[in-house]
Design a protein around this ligand. Structure first.
Ligand code: NDP
Length: 243
């Protein structure tokens, strides 16, 4: 079923960056299952079979622009953007190089800015648009060894709110989903002691599933969330409660 925010019967064009695996793939599958036209970006390797995909490295403005041109000419303008692509490069502050810091910012925060800016061009013509930034509970709580990652994820909240103030009256929403510990390749890389610490502090007593993140994203892009703007939804089993 296409979203009722569409003014035509055509399915919405939904773009999910980093939709080739992990949380992004699950989000893409969820939108596809409800009838939207979903395009994913993949950076390395091949896209999963049978999905519409464009190659894109969000750390390159040229790559982002080329991806949008391909999407617009093949499927039409993007109406829902899920800025999900992200990386970690964890190490303690005293060991973190400037490159460790800026490269994570360049993908997670500036990359999200690049795609949001490019998508907005189409939103203004369409007179509607939805942006969901995939942040992290670490962006509001902080975490040792993640000064770079936490800064990038906190920055997404400020960016969503600035966009809300700029474009809220133009039928554009920009919201944030902040997952907690979700089982994917990214968390598989965490040391066992860090994983055990998280488990001990999660009120739900378990790690999250990518599908639980996808349902929050889907709701933010749904007609029922048309008046929800500049907000942060934590999907973290209560880990970041009260922040
Ligand atoms: P994965 O490591 O499984 O996947 C990351 C995705 O981002 C991949 O598709 C990857 O593409 C893509 N990506 C990375 N860098 C770039 C780039 N420069 N350009 C384009 N795509 C890029 O991560 P998750 O699925 O776990 O995480 C998805 C998002 O959710 C991230 O933003 C992450 O920070 C956030 N998150 C995850 C949590 C978790 O517990 N897993 C918790 C909180 C937030 P490629 O395959 O080419 O590497």
């Amino acid at each position: 079923m296409a979203d009722a925010t569409s003014e035509s019967a055509e399915p919405r064009v939904v773009l999910v960056t980093g939709g080739n695996r992990g949380i992004g793939k699950c989000i893409a599958d969820a939108f596809r299952a409800q009838g939207d036209r979903v395009i994913i970006t993949h950076r390395t390797g091949d896209a999963p079979q049978g999905v519409d995909a464009v190659r894109c490295d969000v750390s390159s403005t040229e790559s982002v622009d080329a991806a949008f041109k391909e999407i617009e000419s093949t499927w039409g303008p993007v109406e829902v953007l899920v800025a999900n692509a992200g990386v970690t490069k964890d190490t303690l502050l005293m060991r973190m190089t400037e490159d460790d810091f800026t490269s994570v910012l360049d993908t997670n925060l500036v990359g999200a800015f690049r795609v949001a800016k490019r998508a907005t061009k189409g939103f203004l013509k369409l007179k509607r648009g939805r942006i969901v930034f995939i942040s992290s509970v670490v962006g509001v709580m902080g975490a040792p060894g993640q000064a770079n990652y936490a800064s990038s994820k906190a920055g997404l909240i400020g960016m969503a709110r600035a966009i809300t103030r700029e474009l809220g009256a133009r039928n554009v929403t920009a919201n944030v989903v902040a997952p907690g510990y979700i089982t994917t390749d990214m968390t598989a890389e965490l040391p066992e002691d860090v994983t055990a610490d998280y488990m001990a502090s999660i009120p739900a007593g378990r790690f999250g599933d990518p599908a639980e993140v996808a349902s929050a994203v889907q709701w933010l892009a749904s007609p029922g969330a048309g008046y929800v703007n500049g907000t942060v939804i934590r999907v973290d089993g209560g880990l970041g409660m009260g922040l």
